[in-house]
Design a protein. Structure first.
Length: 329
């Protein structure tokens, strides 16, 4: 049974990746940082099937000790400060975790077992103010937030360690991907949770920022399969993972409200305080390389995903009461 180590296992992608790897027969060990309140909701249903070990991306020695103890064959680095607005408020922390944390991971691998296969969670935020459209692995980066800048560092240090030390290190440039397990602060989940509350009579309106921004949104459950496929190739490489379809935030809002027979214009208020200091206006990915080399394709389309998220939020709120933040699906 090969061992896979996942940093960020308590996050959206970590939980889907853990399920996928268990299904493929892996022993799955997750890294979680110490917290005064444990936050294992997303992997609660995997209790007994996965192991959790404490370490922090900010602490080099803790990562070296994890590698020695667990002896993984594959390492998936999903841990990050991943919320763009927070990166404007906490740019130094974001750089320490999301950028330098990647070097801590790579150094831990070099120091313990350089044959470990490594996946780095890179991001379409690196394309930022896009130079060409759609974006491919060859599109130049132009990040528009401290988060995007940190992800560029993480991306290039992964490439650099692959080329300098012959590590099997891959970078997946993933476009936005969502699910019922998405954090409530991201726009997709904020909207589906808002629609659920309005439908149940718990709220009357929703405050949003820039409705004109456009994203290439996919389903997280589809995207974690691509991460695994990247680590099964003969040679390490970088891949764009995207649907190739772009929607605006306004499209997202319209579809989510319409799913419950609501007119979004009666419930959505725009709030200038939610507009970012610098915005990424459009992102659209071209995943042709992943189609050809990994045989990967997305299965869930945008409308299906948004409707799935609205239904899951209504089900959660109905079951647990309006204050619950625990997603189940
Ligand atoms: P997420 O839900 O925000 O999860 C982030 C994870 O990182 C959490 O488990 C968090 O732990 C952990 N973490 C944060 N700081 C840490 C530290 N100092 N040490 C150890 N762990 C730490 O993010 P996600 O949506 O699953 O995304 C996974 C990765 O893909 C991230 O690197 C993200 O930047 C990247 N990405 C995401 C998308 C997307 O659309 N979802 C697209 C491209 C790239 P706590 O639970 O303790 O906070
Ligand atoms: O859902 P978002 O916060 O995601 P964003 O900024 O695109 O970042 C996500 O995707 C990246 C991949 O491209 C990841 F790397 C990153 O970790 C994260 O997962 O915002 C999407 C869009 C933005 O243009 C934002 O300005 O929605 C717009 N928006 C409008 N109103 C809002 C809101 N975003 C949020 N979070 N909240 C609003 O009220």
């Amino acid at each position: 049974m090969p061992t896979a180590l996942i940093t960020g296992i308590t996050g959206q992608d970590g939980s889907y990746l853990a399920e996928t790897l268990l299904g493929k027969g892996y022993r799955v060990v997750g890294v979680a940082r110490r917290s005064s309140t444990e936050k294992f909701e997303r992997v609660e249903h995997l209790q007994g099937a996965i192991e959790i070990i404490q370490a922090d991306l900010l602490d080099q020695m803790s990562l070296i000790n994890v590698m020695k103890r667990i002896q993984p064959k594959e390492v998936y680095n999903l841990a990050a400060q991943s919320f763009v607005p927070t990166s404007f408020e906490q740019p130094v922390l974001t750089a320490q975790v999301t950028a330098v944390g990647v070097t801590h991971m790579l150094e831990a691998i070099r120091a313990t077992d350089p044959t470990i296969r490594f996946y780095q969670a890179s991001s379409s935020e690196m394309f930022g103010k896009v130079r060409t459209s759609p974006q491919t692995e060859d599109t130049p980066f132009y990040p528009r937030s401290p988060y995007g800048v940190a992800k560029c560092y993480g991306h290039w240090i992964t490439v650099n360690y692959r080329e300098s030390y012959d590590l099997y290190a891959c970078s997946g440039i993933l476009f936005n991907h969502e699910s019922p397990r998405r954090g409530l602060e991201f726009v997709s989940r904020k909207v589906t949770d808002g629609v659920a509350r309005i439908t149940l009579g718990e709220a009357d309106h929703l405050r949003l920022g820039n409705l004109r921004a456009q994203r290439d949104w996919g389903f997280a459950g589809d995207y974690v399969e691509a991460m695994w496929r990247m680590l099964q190739q003969d040679e390490p490489d970088d891949y764009v993972i995207a649907t190739g379809v772009m929607h605006s935030v306004e499209d997202l809002v319209r579809i989510a409200f319409a799913h419950k027979g609501l007119d979004w214009k009666l419930h959505v208020k725009t709030d200038q305080s939610l507009v970012r200091p610098a915005e990424v206006d459009h992102l659209l990915g071209d995943a042709a390389k992943a189609h050809e080399k990994l045989g990967w394709r997305p299965k869930v389309n945008f409308e299906e995903m948004i409707e799935m998220m609205v239904d899951a939020d209504i089900e959660r709120l109905t079951r647990n009461g309006k204050t619950s933040v625990t997603p189940t699906t």
